[in-house]
Design a protein around this ligand. Structure first.
Ligand code: SF4
Length: 469
């Protein structure tokens, strides 16, 4: 088939969005072009997220719609068969969990693609084009061999450096859907970053469930580096030299003006070496995303998090004492099974006391296979969870405003990400400071991609206003 078109719908986190860019890149190599219109696509891919039930339901409902487009006929033997096009691919975290079962639930799906088989996609697509129906959810990663990425144009390039998690927090599905921690080969990461910079990207964000684990699963081989399956499998590469700090140094040494960020950090895995690196390297930004999840020690224990409130506070205080303008953001869950009102209030207190700059918040959503999902008798009623989430959000808003007000009158460097002419005729550029604050600035020229110096003139809950200086 000539001029084949693919449409990808991505749900969930930045890792999924990054996977979608990789899928586009690989499919381009085998003759597909991207379309924004699913109705004209020869192949429809849904890249699913299983972090919450709502997101999982959305994925099933979407393929239900696509299945109807595909239509069904009855062959001469009386068997129901679906038209061969469009091909439907069910990928991502829900696919990893559902596996073979998905074919029974959605007989019009052609390929179930697990998270660790992403790089097998071109081979599998050729086979489904020949009429096969395939489930590929093996937990052994299909190794990446080349840079095949078709990035969404922009300023910030997301670059995965590791994937998976060994922590098994009791509420979290990630270790089951993304597998154990694996680091990407440094040479692949560096080549990908060089390519992104040559394409005009000005900010590189290193991505991983636990970026501090980078390198802890990488072994040295005679020919360079190879990916290993678990932390235990190998020591840090080349006698502890390959780790997050090492990688940051390699990237910082690349020519040109650009910024480097990394997410996400597990609180107790942040080392002094990483903090030193952030201070020392000019391109690495003053920003840490450190999920806390709860401010109550008993709940943290039940969540299987490896720290208590005092330890988390010590980590924040330590980072702030060394990097004065650092932004620290976090994640919190409201209504974890068994959480009492008093325990929830400890989370509110923690958010305020730690002066967190921003937090992602969510009500607890039970995920099949996780430990906490089995504590059905301890589930918090929906109305209580909703109320707690609303109170958490209120605290979050207050913390954000306090944080933003600290920068009133300050001069800051902003990397411009966007230019718009508003309905009232105002012309505004929007960008971020090194410490990840959003700033709107009146400006009659499109300066997207440029670094500008700005004086902060106003602080709102979610953003700052500034003027060019
Ligand atoms: S650290 Fe915990 S919350 Fe984060 S991905 Fe791993 S299991 Fe999930």
């Amino acid at each position: 088939m000539e001029n084949k078109k693919v449409y990808i719908e991505t749900l969930g986190c930045q890792m999924n969005k990054s996977d979608a860019e990789r899928m586009y890149g690989m499919l381009e190599h085998i003759g597909y072009t991207q379309t924004e219109n699913p109705k004209e696509a020869d192949m429809l891919i849904i890249n699913t997220c299983s972090i919450r039930q709502l997101s999982e339901d959305k994925a099933y409902s979407q393929i239900g719609v696509w299945g109807k487009w595909k239509g069904m006929t009855v062959n001469e033997n009386g068997t129901r068969v679906y038209n061969p096009y469009p091909k439907i691919v069910f990928a991502g975290c829900v696919a990893q969990q559902a596996g073979e079962k998905l074919f029974r639930r959605a007989p019009y799906v052609d390929l179930v693609l697990g998270t660790q088989r992403l790089y097998e996609l071109p081979n599998l697509v050729k086979r489904i084009e020949n009429g096969e129906r395939i489930v590929s959810v093996d937990e052994k990663p299909f190794e990446e061999s080349d840079i095949q990425i078709n990035r969404v144009k922009g300023i910030n390039a997301w670059v995965p450096i590791m994937e998976g998690c060994n922590n098994f927090c009791t509420y979290c599905i990630v270790p089951y859907t993304r597998g154990r921690e694996r680091s990407r080969k440094p040479e692949l990461i560096m080549a990908e970053i060089k390519k992104a910079l040559s394409e005009g990207f000005k900010e590189i964000t290193l991505l991983g469930q636990n970026v501090d684990s980078y390198g802890k699963g990488v072994n040295e081989t005679q020919n360079g580096f190879e990916i290993s399956d678990t932390k235990e499998y190998g020591k840090d590469l080349a006698g502890n030299t390959i780790n997050l700090s090492w990688l940051l140094r390699q990237i910082n040494a690349l020519e040109g003006k650009f910024r480097i960020r990394f997410v996400t950090n597990y609180p107790t895995d942040i080392t002094d070496e990483v903090i030193d690196t952030v201070i020392e390297l000019d391109k690495v930004c003053e920003y840490f995303h450190i999920p806390m999840q709860s401010g109550d020690d008993y709940v943290l224990k039940k969540m299987n998090r490896r720290y208590d409130y005092a330890t988390y506070k010590k980590i924040c205080d330590h980072i702030r004492s060394r990097i004065p303008d650092v932004t620290i953001t976090s994640d919190f869950i409201a209504g974890f099974p068994g959480e009492t009102e008093e325990q929830f209030e400890n989370t509110l207190k923690a958010m305020t006391e730690l002066e967190l700059d921003y937090s992602n918040t969510a009500a607890y959503s039970p995920r099949e296979r996780t430990v906490a999902a089995k504590w059905v008798d301890k589930y918090i009623p929906e109305d209580v969870k909703t109320d707690r989430l609303a109170r958490l959000n209120e605290h979050n808003r207050a913390c954000c405003l306090i944080s933003n007000k600290k920068y009133l009158g300050r001069e800051m460097e902003v990397l411009v990400e966007n230019y718009e002419v508003r309905k009232n005729g105002d012309k505004v550029i929007t960008g971020r400071t090194r410490n990840n604050k959003i700033v709107h600035i009146p400006c009659d020229r499109d300066l997207t991609g440029e670094f500008v110096n700005v004086r902060i003139t106003n602080a709102r809950t979610w953003y700052l206003n500034g003027e060019l200086i």
